[in-house]
Design a protein around this ligand. Sequence first.
Ligand code: NAD
Length: 368
Amino acid sequence: MQTSKSRRRFIRDLSLGSLSLAPALSSLASCAGATSQKKNGLGIALVGLGGYAGGQLAPALQQTKNCYLAGIVTGTPAKEKIWSDKYNIPQKNIYNYETFDKIADNPDIDIVYVVLPVAMHKEYTIRAAKAGKHVICEKPMAVSSADCQEMIDACKNAGKMLSIGYRLHFEPYNMEMMRLGQQKVFGKIQKLDAKNGFVYGGDPNAWRLKKALAGGGGLMDMGVYCIQGVRYTTGEEPLTVKAREEKLRPELFKEVDETVYWEMKFPSGAIARCKSSYNANDNNLRADAENGWFELSEAYRYGGMAGATSKGKMDFPQINQQAAQMDDFANCIVQKKPTIVPGEMGLQDIKIVEAIYRSIASGKEENV
Ligand code: NAD
């Protein structure tokens, strides 16, 4: 029997693409009870049926109330039948990367959810907007801030909404960090610590290790959670960053960063120390304030969240984060109100990432 920890690790490895396609397909095929197609709310088409789409988003779309899995876009013909059988997706709602633009003529699809390697986010976000669809784009938003801006502009020009897959804004433990920090419940925050990483043991040829497809390594993939965490805990934007890189397996991380340490200074004087890694199992977010501390020891996972403050243990429900995130976006579209996780938020994270890479190169503190 799998322990919940090993199951979590399996799910994480799957979502991080560190397992090969074969187990991803077989886990999809064997996942029970997922055939109950709902037709309520807005239709979502997932673009890119890899670990995260198959392991998290499609199952979450069986629990959503405001949206449902209406279509898929895949370059792998074998996945068409598996997904259409499993999720009861009609042939007319199945596209490949060549036929994708025809989605414009499909009234079943309201939202396109881009779940591709990072360098492909821009193209598919812009094509979706041009096809008249609202877009959710996975994190990190794109490989450069210039690309992020183009994506924002394309959605604005098309009159469509753009949000980033920042599921933790809908997760109760992380929402508590926002409340405690932004409302200064323990007084002014003086320092923060945020670490996120895992030991990469996957395919040495995976897209995550290729700069052209991933844009960067652990910093882009895992570090954005730390950047997000300290931004939403303080409610402030960092002014400067100072960073350094560490590479213990250069043969694997030929093109992208393995471990990055960085410090960020905030206008209030708070200082955040962060670490992203493909070579250490870290997962925490902590703030030390004038009158106490608050911390998540399981901060960024899909479940099993845990936290405490200097007054005691946190106790909140464990929810399906992706379902909450997608339901909120569908609701924003229907209610015509802005999303709390817009493209601009993804752009700001990439600007910070770029400042961190500049600091690694210069060895100096850099302005964001
Ligand atoms: P994955 O490798 O498991 O899946 C990527 C998919 O893209 C595959 O279906 C693959 O066939 C397809 N693809 C199309 N063109 C490709 C190409 N040229 N090279 C490689 N793959 C190509 O990756 P994933 O873990 O599902 O990640 C996809 C996106 O989702 C990434 O942006 C990632 O950062 C994001 N993600 C987010 C979370 C989260 O918690 N929000 C978790 C995991 C992944």
